[in-house]
Design a protein around this ligand. Structure first.
Ligand SMILES: Cc1cc2nc3c(=O)[nH]c(=O)nc-3n(C[C@H](O)[C@H](O)[C@H](O)COP(=O)(O)O)c2cc1C
Length: 207
């Protein structure tokens, strides 16, 4: 099994048809993001799913009026935790003991190591780290979408603070860091050519 045919098929769709993505498929995209790798497994991010046309219209005003936001089937908003610290690690290890049946406290040393590593960074560095993790989840989501022939447009062309305000994220200690419109293409519209760095410049076999 290769994802390559799906990745060749996909492109960032600008004009969506009016077809809705079935909710079960939206759940598949969420699941792909949930299963993505993250640093220490801490998953300092969430996905918020928006398909309310009024909210989408409001959000589009804070995204340079990009029509993907109002035309898509669902807008997936990847949000990162803004407060990251010991509680982030404790949250993970609570789940770890619960979900693996491992003796509670047996990984205390490792937990302390992660806490010290996080404490060595300042708050903006921790937030940047959380956003990097959210982008990995976005990558998994984009691949799953392509495999299922669901179109997507990842976007950072939006005002994060305004999105946080509209979606009530700030008070939940969350921040919208990247969004992804999903839906279906109109097959009568031409598919744009892919522009990519040639493999000879992109990949280097160090010897
Ligand atoms: C992090 C990120 C942010 C992006 N932001 C926007 C955006 O705000 N608006 C947009 O139309 N496309 C956006 N794109 C899509 C890129 O322009 C697109 O992925 C790139 O040109 C490669 O083309 P392709 O995805 O169609 O293969 C973004 C892509 C990424 C990964």
């Amino acid at each position: 099994m290769s994802t390559l045919p799906a990745l060749q098929w996909r492109y960032s769709l600008k004009q969506f048809s009016s077809d809705k993505v079935p909710l079960a498929r939206v759940h598949d995209l969420i699941e792909a993001a949930r299963l993505a790798a993250s640093s220490y497994g801490l998953q300092p991010y969430q996905i918020w799913v928006i398909d309310d046309s009024q909210v989408l219209a409001q959000l589009s005003e804070h995204a340079y009026g990009q029509s993907q936001i109002t035309q898509c089937s669902h807008l997936l908003v990847l949000v990162n935790d803004t407060q990251i610290g010991d509680h982030t690690v404790d949250r993970y290890f609570q789940r770890y003991y619960q979900q693996t049946g491992t003796e509670v406290g047996s990984a205390d040393g490792y937990a302390e190591h992660i806490k010290s590593a996080l404490a060595a960074q300042n708050s903006p560095q921790r937030q940047a780290w959380a956003q990097q993790q959210a982008y990995l989840a976005l990558g998994a989501l984009l691949s799953e979408a392509a495999m299922q022939r669901i179109d997507a447009c990842p976007m950072t062309g939006f005002d994060q603070e305004a999105f946080n305000h509209v979606l009530g994220l700030t008070e939940k200690q969350l921040n919208a860091c990247v969004i992804c419109a999903v839906g279906y293409r109109d097959n009568s519209i031409a598919v744009p050519e892919k522009v990519r760095t040639p493999t000879t410049e992109f990949a280097h076999f160090f010897a």
